[in-house]
Design a protein around this ligand. Structure first.
Ligand code: FAD
Length: 394
């Protein structure tokens, strides 16, 4: 029987961070993953450039049934700590927008850095190794794995959420949590595109597939996000939509202000005075792509010269563009979601150490916990911070 101080299951962002940070403290660490490669999501992230953290990370950027839970770990291992490691490894990066830090080259720079840290610290990394069974022993845990039985004092579950099963996602972490008496809060896809089935809107989305509107304000259940939106064959996507999706429950409406930078009523009124003979379609063509303007003019309004609209009609046009309300049919689900909302209930886990309050020596880190970040590098920062926190105590 192999005996280790620590076994970490899941060689993703949180598991890698936890493994080398614990090994750097002198622990003997075995890091297991059932996939054939470590950190597959890191490689896919940020469009291949990995948005590895956010300069403005704050607890308010996270959703959780227990909003205070993330504070301690985020304060102990900050975005500046991760940036220091990235700089130490000479990985070139830049701020894209809104504090989002991306690699200049490839996401593999970040994965390479984490794997190098693992190697330097002496982490024993085993890929394509599944865990069949876990039992509690007097002084820790015993695992049956594809590589034989292993005993450890501390067991860290870093198996992530359910999003993108083709990248190795599984419900394994939730299963282990339940086995040791933990509650698992209902899970659902987050940071995910909406699907639309209402026929007229669906055909508009299909026709505009690939078109983005640069500056929109999307609101859902009291939360608003100002960024671009993107029409897709199936509905709506783009950063502002993805952010809103994390606050959306089936049946909820979302509201989109397509032109938050303008006071539309006033602006339309001015335009009517200055260019009375201009058609609404032409005017909209100055704000959106010509195709989108044409479709809006066709589906939403009757296009005619501005002088032919009453003040009331212009107000209604402004309202439609500034408060477009729609009820998505659903989301694209875990197939394309960037994250999983819900998960292991944080009320039964120590926010300082990530240790289970139900089963000593068992730890949960990363996305498997009910902590989900906004879009923009926050989810990785949670993975780094929670992985590091556990590593100080295993
Ligand atoms: P993961 O990184 O998912 O790692 C879990 C690991 O556990 C995997 O290696 C998996 O193979 C392994 N595993 C699962 N089940 C088992 C099992 N039964 N046995 C053994 N091993 C198992 N966040 C950002 O902050 N910035 C971004 O740019 C960004 N882009 C993203 C792009 C995409 C396409 C996706 C899907 C997500 C993106 N995210 C991004 C979210 C981010 O990737 C996750 O929040 C983060 O990877 C979670 O880290 P984790 O270690 O908890 O889980």
């Amino acid at each position: 029987m192999v005996r280790m101080d620590v076994v970490v299951i899941g060689a993703g962002a949180a598991g890698l961070m936890c493994a080398f940070s614990a090994a750097a403290r002198g622990r003997q660490v075995l890091l297991l993953d059932h996939a054939n490669k470590a950190g597959k999501k890191i490689l896919m992230s940020g469009g291949g450039r990995c948005n590895f953290t956010n300069l403005y990370t704050e607890p308010a950027n996270f959703l959780s049934g227990n909003p205070h839970f993330c504070k301690s770990a985020l304060a102990r291992y900050t975005q500046w700590d991760f940036i220091e490691m990235v700089s130490r490894h000479g990985v070139p990066y830049h701020e894209k927008k809104l504090g989002q830090l991306f690699c200049d080259n490839k996401a593999s720079d970040i994965l390479g850095m984490l794997l190098e840290e693992c190697e330097q610290a002496g982490v024993d990394l085993r890929l394509e190794t599944a865990v069949q069974n876990i039992d509690k022993t007097d002084d820790g845990y015993q695992l049956q794995t594809g590589a034989g039985p292993v005993a450890c004092k501390s067991l860290v579950i870093a198996t992530g959420g359910l999003s993108i099963p083709t990248l190795g996602a599984s419900g394994f972490g939730y299963q282990v949590a339940r086995q040791f008496g933990h509650s698992v809060l209902p899970t659902r896809a987050g940071l995910v595109p909406f699907t639309i089935t209402e026929p007229q809107l669906k055909s508009m989305c299909e026709a505009l597939s690939g078109t983005s509107v640069e500056d929109c304000l999307v609101s859902c259940n009291g939360q608003s996000f100002r960024e671009n939106i993107l029409f897709t064959h199936r509905g709506l996507s783009g950063p502002a939509i993805l952010q809103a999706s994390s606050y959306w429950e089936p049946g909820d409406a979302i509201e989109i202000n397509l032109l938050p930078q303008l006071n539309l009523s006033e602006w339309l009124d001015e335009q009517r005075q200055e260019r009375a003979n201009t058609e609404l379609r032409t005017l909209l063509g100055e704000l959106f792509t010509r195709k989108m303007a044409g479709l809006l003019a066709e589906h939403w309004f009757v296009s005619k010269p501005l002088k032919q609209y009453s003040a009331n009609e212009l107000t209604m046009i402004a309202e439609r563009l500034a408060s477009w309300r729609l009820v998505p049919a659903g989301t694209e689900g875990y197939r394309t979601a960037e994250v999983t909302l819900g998960g292991v209930d944080t009320r039964e886990v120590s926010s300082k150490t990530m240790e289970s309050q139900k089963s000593p020596g068992l730890y949960f880190v990363g996305e498997v916990l009910d902590v989900t970040g906004h879009l923009g590098g926050f989810n990785f920062q949670w993975a780094w911070a929670s992985g590091y926190a556990a590593a100080q105590f295993v």
